[in-house]
Design a binder for this molecule. Structure first.
Ligand SMILES: [Cu+2]
Length: 66
């Protein structure tokens, strides 16, 4: 599956690295691509990862999913 998340609060490469790390740790996530200028995060994943587990990871990292 492919999902795009609108994420607010990302401002620099540190934020990108943190989000990539938090989402990347979810079992089933295959690809994380953060576009800092557009404030979007594209994720490719399969079970057991879900849209909710990914948005929860973004919240855990300290950012907001719009
Ligand atoms: Cu930052």
């Amino acid at each position: 599956m492919k999902e795009t998340f609108q994420v607010s609060g990302m401002s620099c490469q540190h934020c990108v690295d943190k989000i990539e790390k938090f989402i990347g740790e979810i079992e089933g996530v295959q690809l994380v691509d953060v576009d800092l200028s557009k404030k979007i995060v594209n994720v490719e994943f399969e079970a057991p990862a879900t849209q909710k587990s990914i948005s929860d990871a973004i919240l855990d990292a300290g950012y907001e999913v719009d």
